[in-house]
Design a protein around this ligand. Structure first.
Ligand code: PLP
Length: 462
């Protein structure tokens, strides 16, 4: 039934034939077609059938300021009319790119003073990989090539970054990861038998063991999200990020905070690293940077790394660049979005709504299908199980993720149904308390719908 009025102008057919979508079965898509979204307002989206959909996922964890913020539209239009493009190559720049770089440097933790702009998160991670390689090569330690991340981490799907990503679907048939890319277990409190302190100690042990296995002088970097996002919104114990950061400093490993999701108030503070008081060596950003209104990402380098590169490279040209790095329209949008976060009170609103979301979600813990409910700020997950005591993951044959997505759509709420039967939530930071309650109520109804499916009911009783 989706988007059928769109078929009048053949859009559904055109989509099936010509538009390649991200992260889905291409064959399945040819059969099913797409939900075509046509407009947005606040936390609501409208599709081609005129359905109003409550967006509990901020598009793809990015539309933090909600849809339809006219001051952002005006900032983009003003910049586009005055100067639609200025290169960041060589010694050129636009006013908006320079201003945004300075404001990010001011707000980022520690000495992350230097900003390379990209078009999104994957190329921000790719930029980090390339600049870390450059740093160790130019400072005379070319043997430091290996990179480590956690096995549920997501760091984009670029040719290099997809191997840092731990999720199998980004590896299968893509020849990733390569031999210099490694993974250690994710710190997952619900799936760990022991205290938070034990879990942190186990993670540190895993990192040390991996470094010892590779060779201490051969490890360049460790990549981590403050809260694992696409891998299932896995919230680590307080202090985990700090412990990993400190271990990296001790082992002379560059610590990269991938804040593509957690940046810009998603977990409460402006940056997720701040939760544990961490100042990373490198930080990657995207999504909330422009709130999804236009594409933009960024890679921030610490002054320590940047200076070492400047000193060691002398007059050599550093061959890393992108035509759209620091795009003036994206930067103008970024500046206005940042203003809304701060002066417009959107970060503060997100903190209040995040606290409310946490308490609203605990009410779902008693649901027969719910094994774990976890959140930090406006980043949350409901993990489903078929046996609460044994924490049994639902059999994939039950098709729970598909059923969740389908019933959620029928309830007119958009969330992420992860492949292993987890529901990801990332409401816009502008969400009111009432809107959060409405999202949780619709998710609860969707969970109840699952109980009406005979195979799922049987799996629970069995
Ligand atoms: N890093 C993290 C932590 C992400 O969540 C994502 C996207 O979801 C990326 C990198 C890749 O960003 P993009 O999809 O903008 O390329």
């Amino acid at each position: 039934r989706r988007g059928q009025c769109m078929s009048d102008n053949g859009l559904i057919q055109k989509d099936r034939r010509h538009l390649i979508h991200s992260v889905l079965s291409w064959g399945e898509h040819e059969r099913r077609g797409a939900t075509i979204l046509t407009s947005g307002d606040g936390v609501w989206l409208t599709d081609g059938d005129g359905n109003r959909l409550l967006d509990a996922f901020s598009g793809l964890w990015c539309v933090n300021i909600g849809y339809g913020q006219q001051s952002v539209v005006a900032a983009a239009a003003e910049q586009m009319a005055r100067l639609p493009y200025a290169t960041n190559y060589f010694h050129f720049a636009s006013e908006s790119a320079v201003e945004l770089a300075a404001r990010l440097a001011e707000r980022a933790p520690g000495d992350l003073d230097h900003v390379f702009f990209t078009q999104g998160g994957s190329d921000a991670v790719d930029t980090a990989i390339r600049l870390i390689r450059y740093y160790f090569n130019v400072t005379g330690r070319p043997e430091k090539k290996h990179m480590i991340a956690v096995d549920r981490g997501y760091h984009g799907s670029s040719a290099a970054g997809s191997g840092i990503t731990g999720l199998a679907v980004f590896h299968t048939h893509f020849d990733a990861p390569v031999a210099t890319q490694h993974h250690i277990p994710t710190a997952w409190p619900y799936r760990f038998d022991g205290s938070d302190a034990d879990l942190i100690a186990a993670s540190v042990r895993h990192l040390r063991a991996k470094v010892a296995e590779i060779g201490p002088d051969r490890v360049a970097a460790f990549f981590a999200e403050p809260v694992v996002g696409s891998g299932g919104v896995i919230v680590p114990p307080d202090g985990w990020f700090r412990a990993m950061r400190d271990t990296c400093a001790e082992l002379d490993i560059v610590f990269v905070a991938d804040e593509v999701i957690t940046g810009f108030g998603r977990t409460g503070p402006m940056f997720g690293s701040a939760y544990d008081g961490v100042a990373p060596d490198v930080m990657t950003l995207a999504k909330g940077l422009t709130s999804g209104y236009v594409p933009m990402g960024a890679t921030l380098l610490s002054d320590r790394l940047y200076r070492a590169i400047v000193d060691a490279s002398g007059k050599a040209v550093i061959g890393h660049g992108q035509t759209y790095s620091g795009h003036p329209v994206s930067a103008a949008v970024g500046l206005e979005v940042l203003r809304l976060y701060e002066e417009g009170g959107i970060i503060a609103n997100g903190q209040a709504s995040g606290a409310h979301l946490a308490s609203a979600l605990t009410a779902l813990s008693d649901h027969p299908l719910v094994g774990d409910v976890r959140s930090r700020g406006l980043l949350a997950c409901i993990e489903l199980v078929t046996d609460k005591v044994a924490k049994t993951r639902p059999d994939p044959a039950l098709g729970l993720p598909d059923a969740l997505a389908r019933c959620g759509f029928e309830r007119r709420v958009l969330f992420r149904a992860f492949g292993d039967a987890m529901i990801g939530l990332a409401p816009p930071l502008i969400s009111t308390i009432d809107e959060i309650d409405e999202m949780v109520a619709r998710v609860k109804s969707t969970l109840d719908d699952m109980l009406a499916i005979p195979a799922i009911r049987e799996a629970l009783n069995g």
